[in-house]
Design a protein around this ligand. Structure first.
Ligand code: ADP
Ligand code: MG
Length: 266
C-alpha cells in the first residue's frame, strides 16, 4: 500500500549547516496496517511524514502509494489520499467556522461536490450529528459553535473525525495527543483506534509515549538518524514491556531515548 524506497533528504545541502535527515530510508506498509513510530528528537520522523505528504520533496528515493509513484506530486494533490494530524490541535480546522461548517466544507470537497459549500444539507447535518456523537464529547449538540471556542482535546477529536470523514488511503499522526491533558489524550487515542479499525485505514503514528507505541496498531518502528533501525511485528511486540523496549533502544542506538525523561517524570 505504502512503499518508501531509499528516501534521502539533506536540509541546507552544500552549506556548513547541512543535515542529512533522511538517510536512505526504506519502509513498506500493507493495506490497513497500523504502525507506531518512536525515536529521539531530530531522528527525522516528522520529515518522513512531510516527505510522504508532499510538504518536503526528497533528494533521492521514491514514495509509492497504492501502486502510484507520488514522489513528484504536490502536497494538495496528495491531500485527498493522505490525512495528517499534528501535535497542535489548531491545525486542520478553521477556527472562525462552526463545527458543521468545517464538516460541510470537507465533506463537499471530498465528495467532489462543487461549488464547495459551508451550508450542510439536512441529511448531511443528521449524518454529522451521528458521527459527532461517537466522540462522546457532546459536540453533536454544538453544531453552530465556532471551532475556535472548543478545548484542545475537543478540537483534536474533531480534526481526527474530519480527517477520516471520507477515509483516506493513509493517515499520518504526528504526536497528535502530545499537547493534550492525559485524560483527553487517552480518549483521543481510543478514538484513533476505533476509527482506524472501523474503516481499515492504513496508519502511521509518531508518539513519544512508549506504552502507546506498544499498545496501538500491530507494529512498532524505531527511527534514528534518518533510518528505521528497528521494526517489531505484533508477535515480538507482545512480549516487550516499556522497559524492554527502552533497553532495546539503548542497545541499538547506543543512547537513551529522550522520552525516557518524559516517561520517568510522569
Ligand atoms: N524545513 C526544514 N529546514 C531545515 N531543517 C529542517 C527542516 N525540517 C526539519 N529540519 C531539521 O531536520 C532534523 C530532523 O527533524 P524532524 O524530522 O522534525 O525530527 P523528529 O520529528 O524526529 O524530531 C532536525 O535537525 C530539524 O531541525
Ligand atoms: Mg517531530
Amino acid at each position: 500500500m505504502l512503499n518508501v524506497l531509499g528516501a534521502r533528504k539533506t536540509f541546507e545541502a552544500g552549506t556548513p549547516a547541512a543535515r542529512t535527515v533522511l538517510d536512505g530510508l526504506d519502509l513498506r506498509l500493507e493495506r490497513a496496517e497500523f504502525a507506531t513510530i518512536i525515536g529521539s528528537n531530530g531522528a527525522g520522523k516528522s520529515t518522513l511524514f512531510a516527505a510522504i505528504a508532499g510538504s518536503v520533496f526528497l533528494d533521492e528515493g521514491r514514495i509509492i502509494l497504492d501502486g502510484r509513484d507520488i514522489s513528484r506530486k504536490k502536497e494538495h494533490q496528495r491531500a485527498r489520499d493522505i490525512g495528517r494530524l499534528f501535535q497542535d490541535p489548531r491545525h486542520g480546522t478553521a477556527p472562525g467556522l462552526t463545527i458543521e461548517e468545517n464538516l460541510a466544507l470537507v465533506y463537499s470537497k471530498a465528495s467532489g461536490r462543487f461549488p464547495l459549500s459551508l451550508a450542510p444539507r439536512a441529511k448531511d447535518r443528521a449524518y454529522f450529528r451521528q458521527v459527532l456523537s461517537r466522540l462522546d464529547m457532546g459536540l453533536e449538540d454544538r453544531l453552530r459553535t465556532p471551532v475556535g471556542a472548543l478545548s484542545g482535546g475537543q478540537r483534536q477529536a474533531l480534526t481526527l473525525l474530519i480527517a477520516t470523514l471520507v477515509p483516506p488511503k493513509l493517515l499520518l499522526l504526528d504526536e497528535h495527543t502530545a499537547a493534550l491533558d492525559p485524560v483527553t489524550a487517552k480518549k483521543v487515542l481510543a478514538l484513533t483506534r476505533d476509527i482506524t479499525a472501523a474503516h481499515g485505514i492504513t496508519t502511521l503514528m509518531i508518539t513519544h509515549n512508549i506504552s502507546s507505541a506498544l499498545e496501538l496498531g500491530t507494529r512498532t518502528l524505531m527511527m534514528n538518524k534518518g533510518r528505521i533501525v528497528m521494526d517489531l511485528g505484533a508477535e515480538q511486540r507482545r512480549q516487550l514491556s516499556v522497559e524492554d523496549l527502552l533497553e532495546r533502544y539503548k542497545n541499538t542506538v547506543h543512547e537513551t531515548l529522550d522520552s525516557d525523561k518524559i516517561l520517568l517524570s510522569g
